[in-house]
Write a protein that binds this ligand. Structure first.
Ligand code: ZN
Length: 298
């Protein structure tokens, strides 16, 4: 059975959810596999149109990580907002990184039909935007193509990827490591998120299943690409310790935070760091903004 994809309108394979669960599951070559409730599908046409490309990006990214999203009327805004706003250069780099995945080895060739199956992966809103970044890679000599439409990365393209991996390219991304317990969502939404935005940084938060190697890879990749990290230790989630340690290992600055009163339980090895202790999300926002202004070079 096919129906227009809820996110891109392309005629797409669709499945009823198993066990009589509400909603549909789409398998779209652009947006990936995702589930959507019937009520969300019914009212998607009245959602702010600027959120739809972001939902495509979120859905495709989750699908490629084998952890498809479920789009509901109650979560679509948060889902769309989880997609960082990226600079043009970052989108060009993301596209290059995607082409690296198509290359089994330097010199390997790959075909790109029309960008329809790749554009959300580089943060583009549509094929036209993808074509712009694709051309930028060619114009800069990072990508080359034969008249038969075969593409391959040039040595300069591989060099660029190595530089990105080494974190030497300026980025506005701040990796946020914290517990995803619902108790702490206001600490993020009203504290960390607005503090970063007001300082012109883009938060990157990866809140998927833990204990899954593919997601760990994504966390590692996220930390590699970030300028600095905000790590909130409230709730003592083990992963935060790992992520903060890894970021420092890569030479990234880590700003450590914790809700007041919970510092007694912090592991000994982090006790001596200059923590931001906060009482409320607003308090966290102000202190974090000040710390960023004082210590992170724009
Ligand atoms: Zn689609």
């Amino acid at each position: 059975m096919t129906e227009p994809c809820s996110l891109c309108n392309k005629e797409t394979k669709v499945y009823l959810q198993p066990n009589g669960a509400d909603g549909l599951m789409f398998d779209c070559s652009t947006c990936g596999r995702y589930k959507i409730s019937r009520s969300a599908r019914g009212c998607i046409s009245v959602w702010p149109p600027e959120l739809i490309p972001r939902l495509r990006i979120a859905a495709r990214r989750a699908s490629d990580n084998e952890n498809p999203v479920t789009i509901l009327t109650s979560n679509y805004e948060e889902l769309a907002r989880s997609v960082p706003e990226l600079a043009v250069q970052e989108k060009i780099d993301l596209l290059l990184a995607q082409y690296v995945k198509y290359s089994r080895f330097p010199g390997d060739v790959f075909k790109i039909e029309n960008g329809e199956s790749v554009y959300p992966l580089c943060g583009a809103a549509n094929v036209q935007e993808w074509a712009y970044y694709h051309k930028a890679l060619t114009d800069r000599g990072l990508l080359t193509a034969s008249i038969k439409g075969e593409h391959w990365l040039t040595p300069a393209g591989w060099e660029r990827i190595e530089k990105i991996k080494a974190g030497t390219v300026a980025t506005k991304i701040c990796f946020v490591a914290m517990s995803f317990h619902p108790d702490l969502s206001s600490a993020y939404n009203e504290g960390i998120y607005p503090a970063l935005k007001e300082q012109k940084f883009e938060p990157l938060r990866i809140d998927r299943k833990e204990h899954n190697n593919r997601i760990d890879d994504e966390i590692v990749a996220g930390i590699r690409q970030c300028r600095f990290m905000v790590a909130d230790f409230t709730g003592q989630r083990g992963g935060v310790y790992f992520e903060a340690g890894f970021a420092e290992g890569l030479g990234r600055q880590v700003i450590r935070c914790c809700r007041s009163g919970e510092n007694g339980g912090l592991h000994f090895d982090v006790n001596h760091y200059n923590f931001i202790f906060w009482d409320s999300p607003q308090d966290l926002k102000e202190k974090l903004k000040n710390r960023i202004a004082a210590t992170v070079v724009g």
